[in-house]
Structure formats: C-alpha cells, structure tokens
Design a protein. Structure first.
Length: 219
C-alpha cells in the first residue's frame, strides 16, 4: 500500500500527542510516471491518512525523492507553515462570528429532547488547538461535532492536525453579558474566560487523580 503499518503508527502518535503532521512521501521517482503524476501520488497518501485518521484532514504531503533530490526543498517550508498553523491563536471575536454564521445556516440537533444551542466559543490553548463551546447541554452528538470540526478546519485552515472542541454546559452567554456592560464588561468577560479555562483544567486534573486512585486500589 501507499503507507505501511509503521507510518500509520507514527500518524497515530501524532494524533495522541496533539501535534501537527507533515508527510515526506519519499521514493517518488519509483512510482511517478506518464500515467501517474506527482499530485496523484501525494493525494493517494493524503487519502490513506484521512481514511485511518479522519481528524487529520488534508494533511500536507510533500512528494520527494531523496536520491534525485526532487521535492526535498519543499519540505522545510511546508513543515514551518504547519507549525505556524498549529500554534495559531484565533481571536474570540472572529470565532464567534464564525459560530454565528454556522448556527444560522445549519439547524442544531436535539439532545435529550431539547434543541442544543451553542452560545459562545473561545480558544483555551494552542498546540494542540483547543476550543471551548459554551452550550445549554452537557454534550453534543458526535456527528454534529464532526460537522463543526470540518467546517472549522475549512474556515481557518487547521489541516493535518486534530482540532479539539470541548463542550461546557452553561446557563448564560458570557459574550453577550460582557457586551452589555460596555468597556467595564470587557475585563469581566476576560476574567470569566480565565475562570472557565482554570475550571476546565481542574476538571481534567481531578479525572486523572481519580484514575490514579482507582488504579492504585487494584495493584
């Protein structure tokens, strides 16, 4: 096949660690010819990765030959570009304009008999790009999260990496409350954002401590 088990294992490690992926598709000189061009070779590699890891959409692939040197000069620029996208921070205003457009054009699903509403989105970290969705429910259907992720990647170019969307149930829209208070509300909104991030991280630490405690009981 285009990719062997070892290469797919590396891609799996990239997903697990939350990194961005660039593929150096070597030995292009052995497969590219009159009936099979460089772009087709790169696309086949890209499709194989996405088939195994759907979150790694449109992973950058550099078709190259280490023997002839063809394509080698493209590798570092592509890798640097991928790193920059992986570290990118999207402003809260831009994120919520995107969210407003998405929810207006696509009807939200129902969760436990009630329409799900995403009220607000903010980025909590980069590397990997992680975003917090404030919703009126505590979870969203996997299919809807997948739709949001694909739309997000298409809009902001987070390709070749996993975009993590975390759902947080909230009874209010902190963005709207911040706007209604004018300039003073901006500081309050930032403080609420920081508290939300701290709470999210604290929940993650609590879950890890619980797992560790549970494991220690059985060892």
């Amino acid at each position: 096949g285009v990719l062997q088990r070892q290469e797919l294992a590396i891609a799996g490690a990239v997903v697990k660690e939350g990194r961005s992926l660039v593929i150096a598709a070597n030995k292009m000189d052995l497969v590219v010819g009159d009936d099979y061009c460089e772009m087709e070779f790169a696309r086949d590699v890209q499709d194989r990765v996405e088939a195994s890891f759907p979150m790694l959409r449109r992973t950058p692939v550099v078709a190259m030959s280490s023997i002839s040197g063809q394509g080698v000069e493209k590798l570092l620029p592509v890798a640097f570009d991928s790193r920059d996208r992986w570290e990118r921070v999207v402003t809260t205003g831009v994120l919520n304009r995107w969210l407003s457009e998405v929810v207006q054009n696509h009807r939200s699903p129902k969760v436990k008999g009630r329409p799900a509403r995403i009220k607000y989105i903010m980025q909590t970290k980069g590397r990997p790009p992680t975003f917090l969705l404030f919703c009126n429910v505590d979870e969203l259907p996997v299919s809807y999260l997948r739709f949001l992720t694909r739309n997000f990647q298409d809009t902001f170019g987070f390709f070749g990496m996993e975009v993590r969307l975390v759902v947080k149930q909230s009874s209010e829209n902190p963005f709207a409350r911040g706007k209604s208070r004018g300039g003073a509300g901006l500081g309050g909104r930032e403080a609420r954002q920081k508290r939300a991030v701290r709470e999210l991280r604290s929940q993650g630490k609590t879950k890890r401590r619980r797992r560790t405690t549970t494991q220690s009981r059985y060892h």
